[in-house]
Design a protein around this ligand. Structure first.
Ligand code: ADP
Length: 369
């Protein structure tokens, strides 16, 4: 059984249309549903209506030319959504090139068209349109599934916090108000509940932050990095005091083009990690410097902590990937995934250079503001 396909022939010359129609009706491989139009305008209307697999388009139409026809399609659909085979004259090489650049699939010289050359061109065009449509459908499905999954993760994380707050709150009350009457074993168990509850709460907060980033379009503008880093240091002040960290922050950070919320999250996570992954008993030593490299401001966040083996460079930026157990170093494995996602949403880059046991350098490249 032959395959079916829809073709629009747009040509003001009735004899040419007649020839193409005859050729196509004799094609043994395809059974065509043919539409014919004489002008560009009526051709466009017909295309919008029937969504053909292929358009056979005469370049020289009475109202608009072939390039204008392609422009109208692009304006309507954002791209050329089906194959257009342009029919041009013998001396129209330059036009044909322009048409191909603009999205036409092929061009045929009108006076040289044979049944064979027409079939070859149309078969290729139809196959290509079908392949593109399948890909587009799959992309659309994936996008929808992804959106649904994100919404699910967000709702789950959001709704889980309320009961968790109750568990944590009541366990805390038991610890505070009944400590003198509790059996030591029970006390021990309740302490475990409180610890696990806090861990879970941190995990949910990080997950929420990650899904929020994915949900919201970045609002980029010129941002003072000096101010961003000052705010981040204020937020981390307690941690800095507790760990007795020694910080060397370069002066006069330049402006970058970025989203203030995303930038804040990037620096909180990088600096927090630098304060966390220290060698046992050693106070953190963290340096933050910058330089301009072409259109980027390059920022290095350097620590002298436990370092990362080269084989883990990629893995650590994936969500939920941790190199340590909770009892060694606390964490959720979401921080660097947030950093990577946020930096990419601002058209920047992030990478790590490190050696196990010798500290790490996280390098950011952000667009100059
Ligand atoms: P978390 O810190 O919550 O585990 P991250 O995504 O921030 O999650 O980091 C992923 C992993 O990368 C960490 O578990 C840790 O093993 C490693 N890592 C991140 N930053 C550093 C650092 N500055 N020094 C050494 N290891 C690090």
């Amino acid at each position: 059984m032959s395959k079916k396909s829809t073709i629009c022939i747009i040509d003001d010359n009735p004899f040419d249309r007649e020839i193409f129609r005859r050729y196509l009706l004799q094609d043994g491989e395809y059974e065509y549903h043919l539409f014919e139009e004489e002008t560009g305008e009526s051709g466009l209307e017909r295309c919008y209506e029937v969504q053909p697999d292929c358009v056979l388009l005469d370049y020289h139409l009475p109202d608009i030319n072939g390039l204008e026809f392609l422009s109208a399609l692009i304006e309507h659909y954002d791209s050329v959504p089906f194959a257009v085979v342009m029919l041009a004259g013998m001396d129209d090489d330059a036009i044909a090139m322009k048409a191909m650049k603009k999205g036409a699939q092929d061009y045929l010289v009108k006076d040289e068209i044979t049944a064979g050359s027409l079939y070859r061109s149309i078969h290729q065009a139809v196959e290509r349109t079908r392949m593109l449509r399948t890909l587009e459908r799959q992309r659309h499905n994936l996008e929808q599934k992804n959106e649904a999954l994100q919404a699910f993760a967000y709702a789950l994380a959001h709704d889980m916090r309320a009961p968790l707050r109750a568990i944590n709150g009541f366990a805390q009350i038991i610890l505070e108000d009944y400590i003198s009457v509790l059996d030591p074993n029970v006390l021990h168990y309740v302490e475990h509940i409180v610890h696990a509850g806090q861990q879970m709460d941190q995990f949910i907060q990080d997950l929420l932050q990650y899904t929020r980033i994915e949900h919201r379009a970045p609002r980029c503008r010129t941002i003072s990095l000096t101010e961003t880093i000052e705010r981040v240091l204020e937020e981390l002040d307690v941690r800095i005091q507790e760990t007795q960290a020694y910080l060397e922050i370069a002066p006069d950070f330049p402006s970058v083009y970025g989203d203030p919320t995303l930038l804040h999250q990037v620096f909180v996570n990088l600096l927090d990690n630098a304060l966390t992954y220290t060698k046992p008993e050693a106070a953190p030593h963290v340096m933050c410097s910058w330089k301009k490299v072409q259109q980027y401001v390059q920022i290095d966040v350097v620590d002298e902590g436990i370092g990362i083996a080269e084989k883990h460079y990629e893995k650590i930026f994936h969500i939920f990937q941790r190199l340590h157990g909770e009892d060694e170093y606390p964490g959720t494995g979401i921080g660097l995934a947030i950093v990577k996602k946020a930096v990419e949403m601002m058209d920047g880059e992030v990478q790590v250079q490190s050696q196990a046991g010798r500290g790490s350098t996280f390098t950011l490249k952000l667009l100059v503001g």
